[in-house]
Design a protein around this ligand. Structure first.
Ligand code: ATP
Ligand code: MG
Ligand code: MG
Ligand code: MG
Length: 439
């Protein structure tokens, strides 16, 4: 992608409305734009990051055996009347009436709809277990939307829903998602801690929130320091291994970790003082086991091996991609801008010419751009005639992991300066060496 033909509306000034660094950097780097309170457009640079986040989420959901579908954003109120949540949900739910005067709503979550899909098609235990997920917009009329896409009113959620014949089966499904979440956050470059959590309006009694520690986090959390030493499950773990999945869950929940709603003062005080961690965090994921809370009122039953009808045991599993993007920035930035982990960087490398039109610069830049692109890398080529200072500031701001800087003097000998965004280290090498390094 040539920057001269791209759409990257960089802001020079710090936007006044941004209270936290991720919000400031997302606005300044032209990743998002607020359209009305808590409702955002994702501009091309932001969209690229979001797509990479979603790709990782998808790969890990698929690996754990979940199956993707797509449910609509608008739902009929009837389903929510059946489950009993239509009145309960309160003002966070955006209620809409269509031209036939039918009550509709913009879905804040999808337990009802997926239960309806399930009951219409699945009649036998032989089709279980089943886990269906989608990545779809949600709307919650948050009382206090803030921090940009961290807490917006319209936001993206990956929500998965599991169906099992028995409680034991449902716990295995829960453990699979638990392991998949550990892998997902790790691949996003984040250290997320699973914490015992309250279930809120989703309901149920067995639930964990995945929390990233951050001073700007809205949750108050308490935990043992040890969580940082645990191993992330490997890519080739056997998700069908019931004991293996339980062992991962047991390990990761073996030390104290709870959100303020579930905090147990006495248990926390029993931890040696030096190992106690009382901090703030960002909730990036939340998983629930809620048994027959929805299957019962909505009549979602299957025939068991005993020939009788059984209500299915369900769980739901949410991750917020539009919150994860700012959470990653909170965890990885410096005074000059964003430092993207390679796995979610909008571009893998940036080629910067210091003198567009100079024969040597053009030749080396074209060589780098073509070579890297042909090797399958996403490359942003700053071919503009902006001042050097502006170019460097933009490159640091948008946080692409590697910058390849080509000036007329080094280009004359076929050389390029390679700068690592994270460490700031610079190294001069031939174009071929740079291509070898990156591909
Ligand atoms: P919070 O406590 O922050 O209000 P929640 O507990 O209401 O979140 P869940 O119902 O558990 O949210 O939804 C699953 C995930 O969706 C959350 O863990 C979070 O990552 C994301 N999410 C929820 N609300 C928002 C929002 N307003 N903006 C962005 N992401 C959100
Ligand atoms: Mg909420
Ligand atoms: Mg919450
Ligand atoms: Mg939650």
């Amino acid at each position: 992608m040539r920057l001269s033909r791209y759409f990257l509306p960089i802001l020079k000034e710090n936007p006044k409305e941004a209270e936290i660094v991720s919000h400031r950097l997302m606005l300044r780097s032209g990743m998002v734009r607020q359209q009305s309170q808590g409702i955002y457009s994702w501009l091309p640079l932001g969209k690229r990051v979001m797509d990479k986040v979603n790709k990782i989420i998808r790969e890990e959901q698929d690996r754990a055996g979940a199956i993707e579908l797509l449910m609509p954003t608008l739902q009929s109120a009837d389903l929510w009347q059946e489950s009993g949540r239509y009145e309960d949900y309160g003002k966070e739910m955006l209620r809409i009436t269509d031209r036939q005067e039918r009550p509709m709503l913009y879905g804040p979550t999808n337990e009802e709809m997926v239960t309806d899909i399930f009951r219409s098609a699945v009649k036998s235990y032989k089709n279980l277990p089943l886990n269906l997920y989608h990545i779809q917009l949600k709307f919650r009329d948050e009382i206090r939307p803030r921090f940009g896409t961290m807490r917006s009113r319209e936001f993206l959620m990956k929500d998965a829903y599991s169906f099992d014949l028995t409680k034991e089966g449902a716990i295995h499904s829960y453990n699979k998602m638990f392991a998949a979440y550990l892998r997902t956050f790790d691949r996003l470059g984040l250290r997320a801690i699973p914490m015992r959590a309250d279930t809120g309006p989703i309901g149920g009694n067995h639930s964990h929130e995945f929390i990233i520690l951050a001073e700007t986090g809205e949750s108050e959390v308490f935990s043992h320091r040890d969580f940082t030493n645990f191993d992330i499950p490997a890519a080739d773990i056997d998700f069908d291994d019931v004991a293996g999945m339980q062992a991962i869950f047991d390990k990761w929940t073996s030390v104290y970790a709870a959100t303020s709603e579930m905090h147990d003062e006495a248990a926390f005080d029993a931890i040696p003082a030096g190992d106690r961690l009382s901090a703030r965090g960002i909730e990036v994921g939340h998983i629930f086991y809620f048994g027959t809370k929805y299957s019962e009122p909505m009549g979602a039953k299957v025939q068991g091996p005993d020939g009788k009808e059984h209500l299915v045991h369900m769980g739901s599993y949410g991750i917020g991609p539009t919150r994860l993007v700012p959470a990653i920035i909170e965890a990885s930035h410096d005074e000059n801008g964003i430092i993207w982990p390679a796995s979610v960087a909008p571009f893998d490398a940036m080629v910067i010419t210091m003198k567009p039109g100079d024969e040597n610069c053009d030749r080396v830049c074209d060589g780098l751009y073509t070579g890297l692109t042909n090797a399958g890398l996403d490359v942003l080529y700053d071919d503009t005639d902006d001042r050097a200072g502006t170019k460097f500031a933009t490159a640091d701001l948008i946080g692409v992991p590697v910058q390849l800087i080509v000036g007329p003097r080094s280009a004359a000998t076929g050389e390029v300066e390679v700068k690592d965004r994270k460490t700031g280290a610079r190294e001069t090498m031939t174009m071929e060496a740079a291509l070898n390094r990156l591909t």
